[in-house]
Design a protein around this ligand. Sequence first.
Ligand code: PLP
Length: 310
Amino acid sequence: MNPMIASQKINYQTHDYLVSVNGNIMNASDAKVSIMDRGFLFGDSVYDVFFCYKKMPVFFYEHLDRLYQSAQRIDLPMNFDRKQLIYSIKELVAKNPFEESFMRIVVTRGENEMGLAPQSYHEVQNTIVLYLKKFHMPTEWMSEGVDFKISTFERNSKKAMDPMNKTGNYLNSQLALNEAKKENYHDAIMLNAKGEITEGTTNNFWIVQQNGNVVTPDLKSGLLRGITREKIFEIAKALNISIEEKILYPSDIESASESFYTSATKGIVPITKINHLPIGSGKPGNITKQLMKGYEDLVQKYIRSFSWSD
Ligand SMILES: Cc1ncc(COP(=O)(O)O)c(C=O)c1O
């Protein structure tokens, strides 16, 4: 046997996943997609991720709608029945063996000639892969907070690869996260070419100012419109906490009293240090804690009233 093939080993725990490929549920180690798939060749795909709370999908339709918006924004036809996709997701959720998990929905432009823009570019038969992944978040992230680096990697420009589109090309984030991890940071914040703060590698960034205002970078700076980010606006308004989007710079962090990040899988996580320097008291702040509680309540309320529809 070719020694290159003989030495191949799988670098993940296959039992932490249950997947569905084009509607067929299987173990991750049995799942295959074509080498001619454009998702594999070019990152020509979109994806979205929702959290499962007690095995139930959280803010599911918001994530599904964003998946369709991402596809539209990169001119990727979704040539399948939305009801059928929901049915496949529902089927996988019904078999969810994990107490804590999230689901990643990937839709690629499918198999085609290897060229960047082949003639049949728009005659797409999508590849659809659903990954249900066991997930447990270390509790000390919530109780102690985490340390972020200001990345040396700039966020993709809106005019090049708009971060608003959740595509299968995450190299920009991957490079920034890898750099941060090598230096013992939890994650990194990326700035745009103008030096404005955009977002974390897979999350949205927030500060609380000395006057109690909660602030997050304006979408104009070039970032993903996080579903959790949207929910934070709802929660803050209900709690009478003042909240706004604003162009932010690293100097705004120095004067902040609290900071946190948000994402569907992790909810709200306090950031207590940036570049190894403490923010405010260096402990998770009161406003952050109020929002964490508000978010937990909102998730539970959502789950109680969740039902599948088309
Ligand atoms: C680049 C980026 N920004 C922000 C987020 C947070 O978005 P959400 O709250 O919808 O998970 C994510 C996660 O999907 C992301 O990948």
